[in-house]
Design a protein around this ligand. Sequence first.
Ligand SMILES: *Cc1c(COP(=O)(O)O)cnc(C)c1O
Length: 219
Amino acid sequence: MIAEAIHQIEGSLPEHAKLIAVTKTKPVALIREAYVAGCHRFGENKVQEMVEKQPQLPADIEWHLIGHLQSNKVKYIAPFVTLIHSIDSLKLLQEVNKQAVKHHRIIQCLLQIHIADEETKYGLSPDEAEALLHEPALDTLSNIRLIGLMGLATNTDDEAKIRQEFRGLKQLYDKLAQQERKNVRFRELSMGMSGDYRIALEEGSTLVRVGSAIFGSRN
Ligand SMILES: *Cc1c(COP(=O)(O)O)cnc(C)c1O
C-alpha cells in the first residue's frame, strides 16, 4: 500500500519536482518499507525523532527537517541533515553554519515564509525574507547554501485561497531568486502536503512534503 501510494505520487510529478515522504510519528519499519519502494527522501518535523530514526536506516537517505528548529538543537542534526526547510532568522542560519563548519559539511537551507492566515504557523514575512537576504553577515556563512523557500498554505477546503497563497509564494521566490550571493542560489520551492500538493505543483512547487497520503493518517 505504501509502495503503491509512493509510485502513484511520483508518477504524477512533473520532471522538476521531487517527493519528500513525511514520516513524523511513523515507525522505522514503515520508513524502511518506503525506502524499499524506492523513496530515499524523508521529512521529519522534530529534531529528536529524526535523530533517533536516522542511525537505524540506510545511510544514503536524504533527511529533511521540515518543522520549527531551535538554535540549540541544530548540533544534533548537523552531522547528517540534507536540507533544513524552516530557517526563520539570521541567528539560526549562523548556528547552522557554525555546526556545519564543525562537521566539515555544507548544509542546504530554505527560508520558511509565512503565507497562511493562521497565526500559529512559523515563518518570515516576505519583507523579512528580503531583508535577511540583504544582510552583509550572510557573506561570512561559508558552509550554508540558501537554495529557496518553503511555505505552508492555510488549512482550508477553499482551493482558490490555497492556490492564491502558493502563487504568492512563487512570485516571491521568482523575485528573490534574482539576488544571487556567494551562498545564495535559489532552485527549490518547497510547498504542498497531502491535501494540497496537486495545487502546489500547478503553482510551481519543486518539493512536495507528503505524509498521510502515503502512510495513512496520524493519530
Ligand atoms: C506533517 C507535515 C507535512 C505533511 O503533512 P500531510 O498532511 O500528512 O501530508 C508537510 N509539511 C510539514 C511542515 C509538516 O509538518
